[in-house]
Write a protein that binds this ligand. Structure first.
Ligand SMILES: NC(=O)C1=CN([C@@H]2O[C@H](COP(=O)(O)OP(=O)(O)OC[C@H]3O[C@@H](n4cnc5c(N)ncnc54)[C@H](O)[C@@H]3O)[C@@H](O)[C@H]2O)[C@@H](O)CC1
Ligand SMILES: Nc1ncnc2c1ncn2[C@@H]1O[C@H](COP(=O)(O)OP(=O)(O)O)[C@@H](O)[C@H]1O
Ligand SMILES: [K+]
Length: 503
């Protein structure tokens, strides 16, 4: 699903109104009534106090329509108008009049701290103060109102987006914004809903299709995309019945050191479970028995050294090489890695200590095969590209890095961002149970397994990240977040592939 900017969303609104021959007020009614239906479905006539805070722009207009429709359904609703200016949008005014015809309990005005209503944690608060029209950070009594709402500990539903959040920048910590329990957003999600610094303000997310102009949504260019099942599915390549293991490539997985051979078992298992035709591993001698015992399906070659990689002499022509898991950073390993990079032309996957070695020996960067996939977690990324001011600055630096070296960066996190060629693919599968040792090693194996089967490296990264999360979700459903261990993610790749095509 495409992720649009505020300007694009405003353009979509305007085009929809023109092409569908409706008024802006009808579009607002549509968005708000779909939202009301969702609320009604979830709270099912519960006897709760619903307190709706409405700004005086169109986000406030949405709030007024939701108030009217909830009152018509018999809910107990109190509306507060957050009167930050005397100017009102036309649709706010119109719906204000309509609301007054629906109830005798007229909205209360908030003009300063003295007007703040008492709030209880049993209230159901709806935040319709600001949406995509926010043009400066919240200050003065409005900032205090937001603090007051957040401090209530009540359930907070944000309409379109939490008030105070910007779509294109990160505010300094001292500024207030609504910390929502749930956000119902219109038509497409916003990039800030997925950034580590802002995602917590959004809470759970639901995106409602409010029927904005299809042609515009389809044709408009955007460089951010949310990857859910639908988007992942189209990347999948079915297997031909008339095929043999040679058609699915030979993956070579290199890494490990004394005490860290387990990471190699995880990566190798994942590559096999993802469908690579042949998988060989290259490990220090101490890894030989471990790998041969754990995985009879894999072939094992060893370094001359017992405990670490010193000379990667493989004399094969693998379809893809995956390097780094558990490799350590010994100088001899760095030299071996350098020789490997110099001798390799096909795209590689580089993870963990492979990335750390590059960060500490920047001269290695020039030998990176084009279109290689690098999979850093946040600390590894910082070592690689340096510190960033905020998440937008990070994405800018990532874009520069991927363009300079012509590589794909997979920024691992609760929403993993795959970045290449100026585009961002935001993963929407996975869960906190996956924050466990070795789950990154499994991801490396999955992506390697896909590249081995002739997926383009970028497609392999996007699909691999999605399948990794999907497998994690399937495991968590059966075992809980706590009991999920990374080997389970590799073992359940079969269920993930099946689930990709189940609705
Ligand atoms: N007809 C439409 O175009 C639709 C719009 N929709 C809603 O409209 C929203 C956007 O509405 P608007 O463009 O009116 O913008 P908002 O309602 O988000 O607020 C903008 C108003 O707040 C003022 N403002 C911005 N930052 C401020 C600050 N820090 N302190 C005080 N005042 C500030 C602006 O000057 C402007 O008057 C969307 O988020 C969505 O909720 C939906 O109803 C869908 C249809
Ligand atoms: N809260 C979370 N939600 C979704 N996925 C997560 C979460 N935490 C971690 N993950 C995923 O788990 C993996 C962790 O990788 P990494 O930090 O490299 O672990 P390790 O080094 O132990 O292998 C990444 O793919 C990441 O996206
Ligand atoms: K809002």
């Amino acid at each position: 699903m495409k992720i649009f900017s505020a300007e694009q969303l405003k353009k979509a609104d305007a085009l929809t109104i023109k092409n569908q021959n409706i008024t802006s007020e009808e579009l607002m009614e549509r968005a708000a009534s779909l939202t009301t239906e969702e609320i009604h479905k979830r709270i099912q006539n519960a006897e709760i106090d619903i307190k709706i805070f409405c700004g005086v722009g169109n986000n406030g207009g949405d709030g007024l329509v939701i108030a009217r429709l909830l009152i018509e359904k018999g809910y107990h609703v109190k509306v507060f108008v957050v009167n930050y200016t005397d100017k009102r949008s036309d649709d706010f005014l119109l719906n204000y009049e309509r609301l007054k015809e629906t109830t005798n309990d007229w909205p209360e005005y908030i003009k300063d701290e003295g007007d703040f209503p008492a709030l209880s944690q049993n209230d159901f608060i709806i935040d319709a103060i600001f949406g995509i029209g926010l043009n400066r950070p919240l200050e003065g009594w409005i900032a205090n109102l937001v603090k007051h709402i957040n401090n209530s500990k009540a359930f907070i539903l944000a309409i379109d987006m939490p008030s105070g959040l910007f779509l294109d920048r990160i505010l300094k910590k001292e500024y207030q914004l609504i910390s929502a329990s749930f956000t119902i957003s219109f038509q497409t999600p916003k990039l800030v809903f997925f950034l580590p610094q802002t995602m917590d303000y959004v809470g759970d997310l639901q995106v409602l299709d409010i029927g904005l102009d299809r042609e515009f949504l389809n044709s408009e260019k955007t460089n951010s995309n949310l990857i859910s099942k639908h988007e992942a599915r189209v990347l999948y390549k079915p297997r031909k019945s008339n095929s043999h293991k040679g058609d699915y490539g030979h993956a070579l997985i290199i890494g490990g050191s004394y005490g860290k051979i387990g990471s190699m078992v995880l990566t190798t298992t994942a590559a096999l479970r993802t469908g690579a035709g042949l998988v060989s591993t290259f490990v220090p001698k101490c890894g030989y028995t471990i790998l041969q015992t754990a995985l009879p399906e894999a072939m094992v070659i060893t370094d001359k050294n017992e405990e670490k990689l010193t000379n990667i002499d493989h004399s094969m022509d693998p379809s893809v090489i995956c390097f780094g898991m558990g490799a350590g950073k010994d100088q001899m390993t760095v030299q071996a890695f350098k020789k490997l990079l110099q001798a390799t032309e096909k795209p590689m996957l580089i993870d963990a200590d492979g990335l750390n070695m590059i960060s500490e020996n920047k001269e290695l960067l020039e030998f990176l095969p084009k279109k290689s996939v690098l999979t850093p977690h946040p600390k590894e990324l910082e070592r690689l590209i340096g510190e960033w001011e905020d998440d937008f600055d990070k994405l800018k630096k990532v874009e520069e890095f991927t363009k300079t070296y012509d590589v794909i960066l997979v920024l691992k996190g609760s929403h993993t961002f795959t970045c290449a060629e100026g585009n961002i693919y935001i993963n929407n599968s996975g869960n906190p149970g996956m924050a466990t040792a070795g789950s990154g090693d499994v991801l490396s194996g999955i992506i390697t397994g896909l590249i081995s089967q002739q997926y383009e490296p970028l497609a392999a990264a996007i699909l691999g990240v999605y399948l990794h999360g999907l497998s994690g979700d399937i495991v968590a459903e059966n075992k809980s977040y706590q009991a999920l261990i990374s080997g389970d993610i590799a073992e359940n790749m079969g269920a993930a592939f099946q689930s990709l095509f189940a609705d």
